[in-house]
Design a protein around this ligand. Structure first.
Ligand code: SF4
Ligand code: SF4
Length: 386
C-alpha cells in the first residue's frame, strides 16, 4: 500500500482529547452501517493520532477519512468536548494540499459553484437533458427548472442569502421563504452575485483556500448591518463560521449577523398571521448542520409548530446520509444511512416531512418521500394549498 508523507497539523491537545469512552458510537451513521471501529469517531481519531505520530498516511487512512459524513453527531454526543469537526476539516485540508486526495475533476466541479453564470448554464443543459430523459434516475437529481423567476427585493430589513445550487435549482423555495418573512411585515433584500457560494462544500472537501476566497467575496455582498437570514442549514453553519475561517474582526462581525431563518422567525412569531385550527402532522428532519453545528434546530419546531403538528423523530437526530456532496461520492453508504432515517419517518406516521437543508431534502425526496422546506409548508398553509 502506497504511503505518503504528511504533516496533519492537528494540535496535540486535540489528538489526545478523546478518552475512548465510545459514547459517540451509536450517534455515528457510518459506524452504525459498517460496525467498523475505524469508521467510528473514536477509530478515526486513533487513525489521525497515528498519522500525526508517524507522519505518513496510506489509502486506507484516506478511505476512512473520506467516508466520514462530517455530520458532527459525535460532537454533540461527546462528554469530553472533542472538537471532531475541526479535526476532520484540518485532516481533509492536509490531505487536499499534500496528497492526491482531490483529483482535478472534483476541484473543477467545486470551482464552478463559485461562478453563477457557469452554474446557471450547466443547470440549463442538465434541465434539457432531463426533459429528454437521458439523466440517470439513480443520480437522485431533482427536476431542474428550465427557467426561473427573478427574486425581487421588497425592502431592506433583512437579507436573504441565496447560495449556489439552491438558487440554481430551488429558487421557488427562496420565494416561499421571502413570502413568509414578508408576512411578518419586514422587507427582504438579496445579495449581489458576489455571494455566489458560501464555501461549505469546499471546506468539507479540504479546499480551505477556495473557501476563504469565497468567504471574502460573500462578505462584501452584504453591506450594512441588516440581519443575514439563511434558509439552508449547511450554508448557515458555514456563514456563522467565517470568523473562525478567516480569523478577522470583520469576519467575526459578519458571522454575528447570520441567523438561520427559523431562528429569526422564532423571535417574530407574534408578527405572523394567526394559525388555522387543526394542523396536519409533519415529521421534522433535523439537518445535522442545524442540530449538531448551529445547535438551533428547536426553532424549526417553534415556527412549524404554530401551523402544523410538528412531529419529533425517534432517532435522536441521526444523520440522513446526504452530507453535502457525500451522497454523490458514496451513494451506497448514503442510501444505507438514509434507510434508517426513512424507517424513523415511517414510524412517525406523518405523510409530509420538513427539512431545513436542501441537501437532506433532495436526498430524502429521492427515496420517494414528500419532503418540503418548513417555510414552503407554512407558505402553502398561508395560501391554503395544504
Ligand atoms: S462526523 Fe458523523 S460520520 Fe463522521 S465520525 Fe462523527 S458521527 Fe461519524
Ligand atoms: S464520545 Fe468523545 S471521548 Fe468518547 S470515544 Fe467518542 S470522541 Fe472519544
Amino acid at each position: 500500500m502506497t504511503k505518503t508523507k504528511i504533516d496533519l497539523g492537528i494540535p496535540q491537545s486535540d489528538l489526545v482529547s478523546c478518552v475512548s469512552c465510545g459514547l459517540c458510537l451509536p450517534h455515528c451513521p457510518t459506524y452504525r452501517v459498517t460496525q467498523e471501529e475505524s469508521a467510528s469517531p473514536r477509530g478515526r481519531i486513533a487513525l489521525m493520532k497515528a498519522a500525526a505520530d508517524t507522519g505518513v498516511v496510506d489509502e486506507e487512512f484516506v478511505g476512512f477519512m473520506d467516508a466520514c459524513i462530517q455530520c458532527r453527531g459525535c460532537e454533540t454526543a461527546c462528554p469530553a468536548g472533542v472538537q471532531f469537526g475541526s479535526m476532520m476539516e484540518t485532516t481533509r485540508e492536509a490531505l487536499a494540499t499534500q496528497t492526491a486526495y482531490q483529483p482535478w475533476w472534483r476541484r473543477l466541479g467545486y470551482q464552478a459553484l463559485g461562478w453563477p453564470r457557469i452554474l446557471t448554464f450547466g443547470s440549463k443543459i442538465l434541465a434539457v437533458l432531463q426533459r429528454f430523459k437521458v439523466v440517470p434516475k439513480r443520480l437522485g437529481l431533482p427536476k431542474i427548472p428550465l427557467t426561473q423567476k427573478r427574486l425581487v427585493a421588497s425592502g431592506n430589513d433583512v437579507f436573504l442569502f441565496t447560495g449556489c445550487i439552491m438558487d440554481a435549482w430551488m429558487r421557488e423555495t427562496h420565494q416561499a421563504v421571502q413570502r413568509v418573512i414578508e408576512a411578518t411585515g419586514n422587507g427582504v433584500q438579496f445579495p449581489d452575485r458576489g455571494a455566489a457560494c458560501c464555501g461549505a462544500l469546499h471546506v468539507h472537501a479540504g479546499l480551505a483556500e477556495d473557501a476563504r476566497r469565497l468567504a471574502a467575496k460573500t462578505m462584501s455582498a452584504f453591506p450594512g448591518k441588516a440581519p443575514i437570514l439563511v434558509d439552508s442549514a449547511g450554508c448557515g453553519a458555514q456563514l456563522k463560521d467565517y470568523g473562525h475561517l478567516l480569523k478577522t474582526q470583520e469576519a467575526k462581525d459578519f458571522s454575528a449577523r447570520v441567523l438561520d431563518v427559523h431562528e429569526w422567525l422564532a423571535e417574530h412569531l407574534d408578527e405572523l398571521p394567526p394559525a388555522p385550527k387543526g394542523g396536519v402532522p409533519v415529521a421534522v428532519q433535523d439537518p445535522c448542520h442545524l442540530r449538531h453545528v448551529q445547535r438551533s434546530h428547536k426553532s424549526v419546531y417553534e415556527v412549524l409548530g404554530r401551523y402544523t403538528e410538528a412531529v419529533t423523530l425517534d432517532d435522536e437526530g441521526l444523520c440522513c446520509g446526504a452530507g453535502g456532496a457525500y451522497s454523490a461520492f458514496h451513494p451506497d453508504t448514503a442510501a444505507e444511512v438514509r434507510d434508517r432515517k426513512v424507517a424513523s419517518i415511517e414510524r412517525s406516521g406523518a405523510a409530509i416531512v420538513a427539512s431545513a437543508n436542501p441537501g437532506c431534502l433532495l436526498h430524502l425526496r429521492s427515496a420517494g418521500l414528500d419532503v418540503r422546506h418548513p417555510l414552503e409548508i407554512i407558505d402553502s398553509i398561508m395560501t391554503k394549498d395544504v
